[in-house]
Design a protein around this ligand. Structure first.
Ligand SMILES: [Zn+2]
Length: 337
């Protein structure tokens, strides 16, 4: 995957993903294996109330995404598995602490914004991001950040926070922001900027509301773009995990656990396969035309499988042209064996 990303960098593809002058990298974890009977030394475990033990592997995915683009580019995932000599289970935040230096090593000079959910908006993780020179846009849950949110409300009541609201085509969007707040009492040295965003649809009474903390300076010009990068986080769930679960990749219906590392290797391979498909979707006109020919990815994979079963395939160009136009010119020779 590193080679593919370096190639995307060299060929200018990553430039097209730039947003807020940076690459936005989204983080989220998902399960890839779970069983009540088969486990291994790498498995994390949880004991249910009826005494049964569940063995599981998860992985932390990091994907490059841009609010203006449908495709996402996954990086190598970090397995969430029991670490060597550890007595406790591994967890998402520890996996992220291992992954962050690897991402910096992959893109040593790039401006990078890490966008992630509320479990990441904690002092030690923000300090690590700062050390590695990453920017961040992180969800801040009110229940986790009582003092921070109170300080924001005090500023808002005293008209010391800026805000505006606008309605367009039945959708009202509001922004309120303030810079330079202390994260919390135990990390008062960490100063963050806070963006509160709300949205009310015409037929709904209650607004949906989000709070993000970021080190990016918030101004009237920047808040909409910061909000879009923050909300982009859903692309890991929607464009990555849902595609991997429901569109023929079979994440969660694992191909096997093996004795120790197989489930993890399958996790890596699945993300590698998804990255190659996403690169083709972003860069290859033949793949794009073949993809448009069929209503879903699953149908495209079925079609490919049929061609591979029934014909000798000399090149990818031949197979994509055959998906688009049919094997009209006999480019594919039938496999009669
Ligand atoms: Zn295992």
């Amino acid at each position: 995957m590193t080679h593919l990303h370096r190639s995307l960098e060299r060929n200018g593809v990553l430039r097209e993903f730039k947003y807020l002058g940076a690459l936005v990298i989204l983080l989220d974890a998902t399960g890839e294996y779970s069983s009540n009977c088969i486990g291994c030394p790498d498995c994390c475990t949880r004991t249910h109330s009826d005494g049964t033990v569940e063995y599981y592997h998860q992985m932390l995915a990091a994907v490059i995404a841009c609010p203006n683009k449908k495709t996402v580019l996954p990086l190598a995932p970090e397995p969430i598995i029991k670490q060597k000599d550890a007595s406790k289970n591994d967890c998402e935040i520890n996996a992220a602490k291992r992954l962050m230096p690897k991402i910096r090593k992959l893109f040593p000079k790039r401006k990078i914004i890490i966008a992630a959910d509320g479990i990441y908006s904690k002092g030690p993780f923000i300090k690590l991001l700062k050390e590695l020179n990453f920017d961040y846009i992180l969800v801040a849950k009110e229940s986790d950040h009582v003092n921070l949110v109170n300080e924001y409300i005090e500023r808002r009541v005293a008209s010391k926070a800026e805000e505006y609201e606008e309605t367009k085509d039945g959708l009202t969007q509001g922004f309120c922001w303030t810079n330079n707040l202390s994260l919390n009492a135990s990390h008062s040295d960490i100063k963050v900027n806070l963006l509160n965003f709300w949205e009310i649809k015409q037929d709904e009474e209650k607004p949906h509301s989000w709070i993000w903390i970021t080190n990016l300076k918030l101004t009237r010009r920047s808040v909409c773009r910061v909000m879009r990068a923050g909300r982009c986080r859903w692309k890991v769930e929607n464009e990555t995990f849902n595609t991997l679960k429901n569109q023929g990749y079979n994440l969660e219906h694992n191909y096997g656990h093996g004795k120790q590392h197989l489930a993890t290797v399958f996790g890596y391979l699945m993300l590698l396969m998804f990255l190659i498909d996403q690169i083709q979707e972003a860069c290859c006109p033949l793949f794009q035309a073949a993809r448009n020919r069929l209503h879903s990815r699953t149908s495209l994979w079925e079609k490919l499988r049929g061609f591979f079963t029934n014909y000798f395939i000399e090149s990818w160009e031949d197979i994509w042209l055959s998906v688009i136009y049919g094997n009209q010119r006999g480019a594919l020779a039938p496999n009669t064996s």
